[in-house]
Design a protein around this ligand. Structure first.
Ligand code: BES
Ligand code: MN
Ligand code: ZN
Length: 513
């Protein structure tokens, strides 16, 4: 889908369809709706008066317009209550309009930012939200469909209208940011949707190389012999059951001062998680191709950061392997020597994500990072604790968590803070090694966080468990069923704010608040 910014009024657009958001507040037809209503002989007032459309959230109606109106149809979308209308509602309404236009197979859609008259937000943010909604709401994973009609997206050109020429540059900047961020999210969704026979640790590393080449990043891939030489005992332990060799892809983006410490982003890249010898049950096991969603998000975040040209130094680390059972697989009771030197007793081979992250977090120390952020589909318990609406956030640093909460509010990707209470560390103490890899069911998301904390040292660190959000069972307006691209918008926003206020960020981190 192409999206252009155009200065103009909705009522006078020539287009196959125009999109119009209406609030549920008393059927008042004002502004551009009133103008369109006048041109179409009271059509809109008519459907409101008859009660065929009330403006309640998510309601949809297609009206065929008389020749006096220049557009062929109007797609009406209910915006719900005007009170407290948010950027998130803009994303949702824009997604619904674009999806309806795609379903109708119209070639053009003209729309204004839905509900903008009641929105308290900057122009750029509003434009960004509308574009994100449209691009994310019409996403589909189509590359493996062979029928021509299922293989491509609908050809839709959207005209996003803005009424004020003076502020158009700000509007266009927001639109452009939205485009780049949505493209990164869709890129992550594509990677996650690809099954494990097509997306292996090796092909994931190949994708990393491609992203690096396209955006001028440095990319190094550590292959099995190098991982052995360096002592990645935990990652190699998990990889033992698989015929596919593990990889660690390292991407470096240098947009900041040459000497500025980088932020390291790390993503769990289990390209298939069968559980290993502690085998999972068959039901929904095919889903476990999404266990590399953290790695996909990390790659997408680097893509977003580079295309936005953020003035920061960022390193991305993608530890990747399959987790399979087999004659050579690691077994419960095995003790692995991790890159950090710490020994880990494996009590459950299905708690493999924290093992590969332990080595990646230890490796990250080599970059003397200003901060580290990891993203991982780490625990089933996260799905119970916070459910599909939020990412579980943990960390060792309050200022960083608060930055993340602020980014959540702006990006619309919710986070919920879980505490890393020391008492729970008892659950993962081992009799025979330094630590064990599972503390069982109680506080399962937290004990996974506590496990990781041992490998971060003194570096400010944020842990995002995306197990509940990375795959969607029930579609939402701009998140179709399947891979969501969880974490990409959140972390991209965190980094954008960081780049905009670097001094404040560094100060807060030093203060250790
Ligand atoms: N990848 C899973 C976590 C997961 C489960 C993500 C379901 C999404 C949906 C992870 O590797 C895992 O298996 N975790 C175990 C840990 C347990 C053995 C301590 C879990 O959550 O059951
Ligand atoms: Mn597992
Ligand atoms: Zn896993």
């Amino acid at each position: 889908m192409e999206i252009h910014a155009v200065v103009g009024s909705l009522a006078t657009q020539r287009a196959a369809a125009i999109g119009l958001g209406l609030f549920a507040d008393g059927g008042v037809v004002s502004g551009e709706a009133a103008e369109l209503d006048a041109r179409s002989g009271g059509l809109i007032r008519g459907v409101l008066e008859r009660g065929d459309f009330s403006g309640k959230e998510g309601e949809e109606l297609v009206l065929y317009l008389p020749p006096a109106a220049r557009a062929g149809r109007a797609i009406l979308i209910g915006l719900g209550k005007a009170e407290g209308f948010t950027l998130e509602k803009v994303r949702e309404a824009s997604a619904r309009l674009a999806a309806a236009a795609a379903r109708l197979k119209v070639p053009q859609l003209a729309l204004s930012i839905p509900g903008r008259q009641r929105l308290i937000a900057g122009i750029g943010e509003a434009a960004q939200a509308a574009v994100e909604g449209m691009l994310l709401g019409t996403y589909g994973f189509r590359e493996l469909k062979t029928k021509a009609e299922e293989n491509g997206a609908a050809h839709l050109t959207a005209r996003l209208l803005w009424q004020d020429g003076d502020t158009l540059p700000t509007f266009e900047r927001g639109l452009e940011a939205g485009r780049k961020i949505a493209a990164a999210v869709c890129f992550a969704r594509d990677l996650v949707a690809r099954p494990s026979n097509l997306l292996t640790p090796t092909t994931l590393a190949e994708c990393a190389r491609q992203v690096a080449a396209a955006h001028g990043l440095r990319c190094t891939v550590l292959e099995k012999p190098q991982l052995q030489e360096l002592g990645f005992g935990a990652l190699l332990g998990v990889a033992r059951g698989s015929a596919e060799p593990p990889t660690l892809s390292i991407l470096e983006y240098r947009g900041g001062e040459p000497e500025a410490a980088p932020i390291v982003v790390i993503g769990k890249g289990i390209t298939f998680d069968s559980g290993g010898i502690s085998l999972k049950t068959a039901e929904n096991m095919e889903r476990m191709k999404y266990d590399m969603a953290g790695a996909a998000a990390t790659l997408a975040i680097l893509k977003a950061v580079a295309s936005l040209g953020l003035r920061l130094n960022i390193v991305g680390l993608l530890p990747a392997t399959e987790n399979l059972p087999g004659a050579t697989a690691y077994k419960p009771g095995d003790i692995l020597r991790s890159l950090s030197g710490k020994t880990i007793e494996v009590v459950n081979t299905d708690a493999e994500g924290r093992l590969i992250l332990a080595d990646a977090l230890a490796y990250a120390q080599r970059f003397s990072p200003a901060a580290m952020i990891d993203l991982a589909t780490l625990t089933g318990a996260c799905r119970i604790a916070v459910g599909p609406l939020a990412i579980a956030m943990m960390g060792n640093h309050r200022a960083l968590r608060e930055r993340c909460e602020a980014a959540a509010a702006l990006s619309g990707e919710r986070v919920w803070h879980l505490p890393l209470w020391d008492e729970y560390f008892e659950l993962i103490k081992s009799d025979v090694a330094d630590v064990k890899n599972s503390g069982g069911a109680p506080a399962g998301t937290i004990t996974a966080g506590l496990f990781l904390r041992q490998f971060v040292g003194e570096v400010p660190w944020l842990h995002l468990d995306i197990a509940s959000t990375a795959w969607v069972d029930e579609a939402r307006p701009y998140v179709p069923k399947g891979p969501s691209g969880a974490g990409v918008r959140l972390v991209a926003q965190l980094l954008r704010t960081w780049a905009a206020h670097p001094a404040a960020a560094v100060q807060a981190l030093r203060a250790g608040v």
